[in-house]
Design a protein around this ligand. Structure first.
Ligand code: C2E
Ligand code: MG
Ligand code: MG
Ligand code: MG
Length: 284
């Protein structure tokens, strides 16, 4: 009967729900263990200047290579870390590793790459966040002005006063503030006027079909104009194709990031890439 069917469905739903809860709980426990063992890895993706024709910075991206489950995507484990109260510890590990690697590359290759790190809204609740980041950079010998904090609009939806205070604190240290995934959240425009944001990263969903959809070209053009008017750097994320890069170049977009330039790399591969680029530069 329909009634019986309904009951069975409810039961199926409950089982699936409980399984998901269990799964999340297990992942939480395991993530905690990996964090305790300092076993969360960091990948680095270059950010490239089209006009200077060189890598100007790298974005640090957390990686979890699970001994049994294989690679778990940040799209899965970052929300789990946020829910479980582990995002502070995770963020600190990514920041520490990032500072260490970038300071070493800058020293070894005579460059001054900046380090971009994603900071979750949840981390902003920690009043000691900026002081901790600042001292970590200092310990590694990386100038605070080479640290860029990538935030999303979810940060800006929080308590205005606390967010503004934290962002001003970052600015006080000379760090850059970058608005990530731009165009996918709410009411970014007033934030751009009122908060100390230095850089806009156009979400890759707008870059995806750039070569197919003239309306997207106009949209990106508008964001570039906005950036220029307000004095903010603009980075295009998710550039995968030569024709997308050409369009962006034609629009005067200076900074790009994406698989076309390079996928996120392990630190050793990133070091090799910087060495190769440095050698090519010296040879010509
Ligand atoms: P995001 O900050 O917007 O980072 C860019 C994402 O786009 C990365 O995914 C990167 O691998 C991917 N990507 C870069 N170029 C291309 C491209 O050309 N095509 C495509 N299809 N994708 C590209 P990833 O590493 O999976 O990270 C996903 C998100 O997880 C990040 O998005 C960020 O919001 C979050 N995340 C990663 N690491 C951390 C972290 O240490 N802390 C926090 N709070 N969030 C993190
Ligand atoms: Mg980012
Ligand atoms: Mg992000
Ligand atoms: Mg993004």
């Amino acid at each position: 009967s329909a009634k019986k069917l309904g009951k069975d469905q409810a039961q199926v739903f409950d089982v699936a729900f409980i399984e998901r809860m269990n799964q999340n709980w297990m992942l939480e426990q395991e993530l905690q263990r990996y964090l305790e063992e300092d076993a969360i890895q960091v990948a680095f993706q270059p950010i490239y200047s089209v006009t200077a024709k060189r890598i100007v910075g790298v974005e640090a991206l957390a990686r979890w290579s699970h001994a049994v489950r294989g690679n778990i995507s940040p799209g899965v484990f970052i929300p789990i870390a946020e829910e479980a109260g582990l995002i502070g510890a995770l963020g600190a590990q990514v920041m520490r590793r990032g500072c260490r690697e970038v300071a070493a590359w800058n020293e070894a290759w005579g460059v001054s790459l900046f380090l971009s790190v994603n900071v979750s809204a949840k981390q902003f609740a920690d009043a000691g966040l900026l002081a901790a980041i600042h001292s970590m950079a200092g310990e590694c010998g990386l100038g605070a002005e080479l640290i860029h904090l990538e935030i999303t609009e979810s940060v800006l939806l929080m308590d205005d006063v606390a967010v503004e205070r934290t962002l001003m604190e970052a600015r006080g240290y000379g760090m850059g503030i970058s608005l990530d995934d731009f165009g996918t959240g709410y009411s970014s425009l007033s934030y751009l006027l009122n908060l100390p944001v230095d850089e806009i990263k156009i979400d890759r969903s707008f870059i995806n079909d750039l070569h197919l959809d003239p309306r997207r070209v106009e949209l990106v053009r508008a964001v570039l104009t906005l950036g220029q008017t307000l004095g903010k750097r603009v980075v295009a994320e998710g550039v995968e194709r030569e024709d997308q890069l050409e369009i962006l170049h034609g629009l005067g977009c200076e900074f790009v990031q994406g698989y076309l330039i390079s996928r996120p790399l392990e630190s050793e591969a990133m070091n090799d890439l910087l060495g190769m680029v440095g050698k090519a530069r010296r040879d010509c």
